[in-house]
Unconditional design. Structure first.
Length: 281
């Protein structure tokens, strides 16, 4: 009996130890799997974040320098009224009218003017002007990309300014003789002219980019009337012409007498002298 109880106790202990070992192994494998999963998530996040950052830097666009211009012709009901409305629109969008020309003939009245407007308001102004028309004859929009020229000028300008600074440093420290001073000053003069030319071109391009040009033609049709081949004056017209002629004749006589006043005085004196002689006789 004792032998059997010992065997039973040994088996029971062995089974408990086996269960403990299995349980510990499962816990250990669960922990390892959790750690591996955490590492995988971290690496994946870092990879995505790095790729997004790289893509953002690579896709950063250069600020484009675009010159916009447009020309359009619109039919309106009243040219004068439509012109006043367009002027108000230009002021609303911080623009101004740089040129205006009015034409009137037997077929139509036309107002042609040029508007300078900030580049950001270019499209809005065109849409607003089109809203006052009853018919759009044409609209032409053109763009000119000067980004490459602008960046090239900026790069050249920076280089020339650096060279100018070096020449100025040479002039202050190393130029000893008159020949060296004159040669350095000549180089500086040429560089200054090139720098001013580049700055002027950059300023011109900046103004063209900042302010777009819109040329607008507003016109209204009028009823055609043929000009008469001959014109007959009415009585009032003839009376007015006669009155004007009479007044002009009086003016001419008075002006003519004023021109010959010395002769009139001499004639008057001669007549008075002759009359006295005749009285004495």
């Amino acid at each position: 009996m004792k032998t059997l109880s010992k065997k039973f106790n040994f088996k029971f202990i062995a089974i408990c130890i086996s269960l403990l070992v299995v349980g510990s192994c499962q816990n250990a494998s669960y922990k390892e799997d959790f750690a591996m999963e955490t590492v995988a998530i971290t690496e994946s996040y870092q990879a995505v974040d790095g790729s997004e950052a790289t893509g953002t830097v690579a896709n950063t666009p250069v600020q484009l320098k675009i010159i916009k211009s447009a020309s359009a012709r619109y039919k309106v009901e009243d040219v004068k009224k439509a012109t006043a409305q367009v002027k108000e629109m230009a002021q609303k969008y911080d623009g101004y009218i740089s040129d205006l020309r009015f034409e009137n003939n037997s077929y139509e009245k036309q107002n042609r003017f040029t508007i300078k407007v900030p580049n950001t308001h270019f499209d809005a102004l065109l849409d607003s002007i089109a809203s006052v028309s009853i018919f759009t004859e044409f609209e032409n929009i053109t763009t000119q990309d000067v980004t490459e020229e602008y960046l090239d000028l900026e790069s050249r300008l920076a280089t020339k300014q650096e060279v100018k600074e070096r020449y100025e440093d040479i002039l202050r420290k190393n130029a000893k003789t008159v020949e060296d001073i004159l040669a350095t000053e000549e180089k500086l003069r040429i560089l200054q002219e090139e720098i001013e030319a580049a700055q002027g071109r950059l300023k011109y391009l900046s103004n063209k980019v900042s302010y777009s040009t819109v040329q607008v033609d507003l016109f209204e049709t009028v009823e055609y009337k043929e000009e008469p081949e001959s014109y007959t004056k009415l009585f009032l017209d003839k009376a007015g012409s006669g009155f004007n002629f009479g007044w002009e004749l009086i003016e001419a006589i008075v002006v003519g007498l004023l021109h010959i006043w010395p002769l009139l005085i001499i004639i008057t004196l001669v007549i008075m002298f002759l009359r006295r002689k005749m009285k004495k006789k």
